[in-house]
Write a protein that binds this ligand. Sequence first.
Ligand SMILES: Nc1ncnc2c1ncn2[C@@H]1O[C@H](COP(=O)(O)OP(=O)(O)O)[C@@H](O)[C@H]1O
Ligand SMILES: [Mg+2]
Length: 393
Amino acid sequence: MEYQGPDELDEAAAAINLMHENARALVTELQHKTELAQLERSRATEAQARLAAIVEYSSDAIIGRALDGTVTSWNAAAERILGYTAAEVIGRDPVEIFPLELRQKIAEHRKLLNAGQLVPEYETVRIHKDGRRVDVAASVSAIKDNSGSIIGIAAILRDITERRRAEDALRRYAARLRELSRRLSEVEESERRAISRELHDRIGQELTTLSLMVGALDTRLSRESRNAVQKLLKDMQALVRYVVAHIRDVMAELRPPVLDDYGLLAALRHLVTEFANRTGIAVNLSGADVCPRLPLVVETAMVRISQEALNNIAKHAHAKKVEISLDSASERVVLDIADDGVGFDTGNIADGGEHWGMITMRERAEAVGITFRLESAPGAGTRIVLEAERVAS
Ligand SMILES: Nc1ncnc2c1ncn2[C@@H]1O[C@H](COP(=O)(O)OP(=O)(O)O)[C@@H](O)[C@H]1O
Ligand SMILES: [Mg+2]
């Protein structure tokens, strides 16, 4: 190369320097970018590891499948709930975990999912490797890649066998309780009848005899003796009459005497009259007699529930008026008891506490097949509706 003077040399040197600096800047930037990429990669790996741990330790079975149904992942819970190890199922489509009757539905689900549709969570059954049926709650969703195309299906299965078992036990327990409560009111009624009969047949007879004896005593005394005990004898006779009347009341309370002989409407009228006399609250009773009659247990329950409803009105309602109607259509009998009192929040009685009246009323009704409905709200009065279906005979 020919020497071209100091200026050109300087320029060349400057150009080289600039190139060098640019190159260094480029290298620094590249290094920086590489570091960032590495950081991102390690973050992604970390996130993946965390996700894998969550999947692995989940108590729900988490199963990944490719679009054709072959299993791509199978966690520990899946091994436990379904009995197959990951090695046994990965890479194939284990149709044996689906009950025969469900396979058609499963195929439809897959079609929906492959088409990008959602399948809502549902309760279903899977077959364990040992042949046992397992109750599960299943939720399935599509797995998508970065571009949003569906590349597989993820299924989460929760074992609900225990919950099912507990629910069944609870249902059986509730049924037993209802049966018990039905038996209880049957026993109560027959006990009441027995006591009432005893009072009538024995105590009643004996009191009559006693009354006659006191009368006879009066006539057999000498004048002097009679003078001495006359007041006492009168008091005794009055007391015997009082006891007889008292026992008649107790008998009426124990066993509504009119129900057996005169029917539901008459028994209600009897209750209502007694209630109006006792409380001074006006009651309007309307309706026709129930004909043909309902089974005695059903009518008895209706009377007992009305009795309790009236007691509640006397105790809590501050009502001015009570409307009772007995509607006896051919297919069902409806008894409606409504007061115009203070009402109450029905949400508060569910937890029971010391208040057994409402619960007993409902149980008593349901035990003999009566539908019990309670409507009440603060300031809006209270209504109880009893509905008994007639069974076609
Ligand atoms: N007819 C009514 N009017 C207003 N409140 C009522 C009426 N019937 C029931 N209640 C309310 O419901 C509660 C529960 O009634 P109940 O179970 O019969 O228990 P108890 O009569 O022993 O208090 C009562 O304490 C009362 O607050
Ligand atoms: Mg009560």
